[in-house]
Design a binder for this molecule. Structure first.
Ligand SMILES: Nc1ncnc2c1ncn2[C@@H]1O[C@H](COP(=O)(O)OP(=O)(O)O)[C@@H](O)[C@H]1O
Ligand SMILES: [Mg+2]
Length: 356
C-alpha cells in the first residue's frame, strides 16, 4: 500500500517546463505507451503527449536537485523518488535501466507495486484541478479483450476516481469510438460518425464499429506494438528496445525489408494484422446488431503502430483475405494517429453531445 509522504502536487498550475497544465474540459487518452491530453483553448485545440512510464530511485536530495535542475517530472514517496514520463526514460538511459509502466496490455497493472500511485501522480502532473466543480473530462477505456479474461472494470473505476478527486465529472468513452468521433465527422460521401475505428496502440488494438456515433460492436485484442517488438526481438536475437527504435525510425512496410530486424518486424506486423482482420470477421459476423447500411463504411486506423509508413497498405492486404458482413468503402489513416483518441474523447464532451 502506498502512504505518500508528499502531498500530491495537484495544485501546481504549471508543468516543469513552464507550460500551464491542462485545465477545463479535456479529453484524455491513457494508453500503455503514452498519455495524451487534448484541450480546447479558445478556438485552438492543444494536444500534449507524455510517456506513460516511471523510473524509481532511492530518495536522495542530490537526485531531487538534479531532477529539479533538469525541469523533469517526478514525485517522491516512501523514501523513493519516481521520475515520470519522458524524464523516466532519460534517467533509465543514463543509468542503463529500463522504465516501468503503470499500464500493461492496455489495462492498469495493479498487481505491481506503485502503479496506481504513479497513474495518479502522472494525471496530477498533466491536468490541473477542475477550475469549476464538475467540469467535464472524458477518458478512454478499452473494449473487453477477446483474447483474455481480464476485466477493464477496475481500470475504469480507478481512473474515474482520480479524475473526480480533482473536481471533474469524468466520463469514459470507448477508445475505438473516440477514434470514430475524431476522424469520421460529417462528410458528403459517408454517414457521419459511421465506420470502424481501430486504435493500434503499444499494448492493445481497440476496435469499434459505430453507426451514427453509437457503438455497435466494441472489443480489444491485448497485442499491439509491444507484441511486435517482443516477438521480432525474440525471433532474431535482439532486444525489444533496439527493435522498437528501428520500427519507429526506419521501417517502411512498403519496401523490401533490409536485415533481420526489419524482416522480423514485417513478419509480426503481418501476423498482428492477420489476427486483427480475423477478429473483425468473427466479431462482426457473430452479431445480429449490424444496421442496414446503404453504402460501404470506412475503416480508420490510428495509434502509434499505424504510423509506420506502409502500415495502411499492409493492413489492406490482410483485409483482402477475409470476408466481412459490412462493405468497406475505404481505409483511412488518422490525421494525427497518436492524438486521435484524445481528440475524440474531447469531442465526446464538446460537440457530439451538444449536437454541434
Ligand atoms: N513513428 C512511429 N512509427 C512506428 N511505430 C511507432 C511510431 N511512434 C510510436 N510507435 C509505436 O506505437 C506504439 C505506441 O502507440 P500509442 O498509440 O501511443 O499506444 P498506447 O495507446 O498503447 O499508449 C508503440 O508500440 C510505439 O513503438
Ligand atoms: Mg491508445
Amino acid at each position: 500500500m502506498n502512504t505518500t509522504n508528499e502531498k500530491m502536487p495537484s495544485d501546481q498550475s504549471k508543468m516543469p517546463n513552464g507550460e500551464p497544465l491542462a485545465s477545463g474540459p479535456s479529453g484524455i487518452d491513457i494508453g500503455t505507451a503514452n498519455i495524451v491530453v487534448a484541450q480546447k483553448t479558445g478556438k485552438r485545440e492543444i494536444t500534449r503527449v507524455q510517456l506513460n512510464a516511471f523510473y524509481t530511485l532511492p530518495y536522495s536530495r542530490m537526485t531531487e536537485l538534479a531532477l529539479l535542475n533538469e525541469g523533469g517530472m517526478f514525485v517522491k514517496a516512501n523514501g523513493k523518488i519516481h521520475a515520470l514520463g519522458y524524464q523516466a526514460e532519460n534517467f533509465a538511459n543514463i543509468v542503463g535501466g529500463i522504465v516501468k509502466r503503470p499500464i500493461a496490455g492496455g489495462i492498469l497493472n495493479a498487481k505491481e507495486e506503485d502503479t496506481t500511485f504513479i497513474i495518479q501522480a502522472l494525471l496530477n502532473k498533466l491536468i490541473a484541478d477542475a477550475p469549476v466543480k464538475n467540469t467535464k473530462i472524458c477518458f478512454n477505456i478499452p473494449g473487453s479483450p477477446i483474447d483474455d479474461t481480464v476485466s477493464v472494470f477496475y481500470h475504469e473505476a480507478i481512473i474515474k476516481k482520480y479524475l473526480e478527486q480533482k473536481g471533474y465529472q469524468a466520463e469514459p468513452v470507448n477508445e475505438g469510438l473516440a477514434v470514430v468521433l475524431s476522424e469520421l465527422a460529417v462528410s458528403s460521401s459517408n454517414q457521419p460518425y459511421t465506420g470502424i475505428g481501430i486504435s493500434l496502440g503499444g499494448g492493445m488494438c481497440n476496435v469499434c464499429f459505430a453507426y451514427l456515433a453509437v457503438p455497435v460492436v466494441t472489443y480489444s485484442i491485448r497485442k499491439g506494438g509491444d507484441y511486435i517488438d517482443a516477438m521480432a526481438a525474440e525471433a532474431v536475437g535482439e532486444t525489444p528496445g533496439k527493435v522498437r527504435i528501428i520500427k519507429e525510425t526506419q521501417l517502411n512496410l512498403t519496401k523490401t525489408p533490409v536485415g533481420k530486424i526489419e524482416t522480423g518486424l514485417h513478419i509480426y506486423y503481418e501476423q498482428l494484422f492477420g489476427i486483427l482482420v480475423k477478429s473483425l470477421q468473427t466479431q462482426l459476423g457473430s452479431t445480429d446488431r449490424i444496421p442496414l447500411l446503404r453504402k460501404g463504411v470506412p475503416i480508420v486506423l490510428s495509434g502509434g503502430v499505424a504510423m509506420s509508413p506502409g502500415a495502411k497498405e499492409k493492413f489492406k492486404l490482410a483485409l483482402d483475405t477475409v470476408r466481412l458482413p459490412i462493405v468497406i468503402s475505404d481505409i483511412i489513416l488518422a490525421k494525427q494517429p497518436l492524438h486521435a483518441t484524445a481528440r475524440g474523447a474531447l469531442k465526446n464532451i464538446s460537440s457530439v453531445k451538444s449536437g454541434k
